[in-house]
Write a protein that binds this ligand. Structure first.
Ligand SMILES: [Zn+2]
Length: 148
């Protein structure tokens, strides 16, 4: 990257800043936007832990989930987003966003493609859920392993 040219291009020419950024065919890094980290910080860096899983199970039981979202979708956080993005890198296996807007449990279950980035991110969340004594059923609903 040509930092000198990039910063000199501030002002009316700002739109031309992209000419000072070199791009590779495959990413080795992930840029994290300020607004994204602020959003995670404002949410107090939500973790996937037993307390949060119990809250999501309550939301499932009471019908409080957002329309079209399952329990596992509700557990996604900055960690799962970072996992999604890192799978796009060379080191992460060069996954892709297959299809249009294929994010979330319902889409990845219909897609059945391990090359899709969100499939890998959802798998990460499901494994974390499982490590805490819960499982995800066909519909993306979180259940205690003791109920299986
Ligand atoms: Zn992606």
């Amino acid at each position: 990257m040509d930092y000198a040219g990039y910063y000199k291009a501030d002002g009316p020419e700002r739109a031309d800043r992209t000419q000072f950024i070199s791009k590779t065919d495959y990413a080795c890094t992930v840029d994290v936007c300020t607004w994204f980290t602020k959003m995670a910080s404002d949410g107090e860096w939500e973790k996937i832990d037993a307390e949060r899983i119990k809250l999501v199970i309550f939301m499932q039981d009471e019908g409080f989930l957002k329309e079209g979202k399952s329990g596992i979708d509700t557990l996604k956080n900055i960690g799962s987003t970072m996992l999604h993005e890192l799978t796009h890198t060379i080191q992460g296996g060069r996954s892709e966003d297959i299809g249009s807007d294929c994010y979330g449990w319902k889409c990845v279950m219909n897609l059945h493609n391990p090359r899709n980035a969100d499939t890998l991110a959802i798998l990460g969340v499901a494994l974390k859920v499982w490590s805490l004594g819960y499982y995800v059923d066909f519909y993306g609903t979180i259940n205690p392993l003791s109920a299986a």
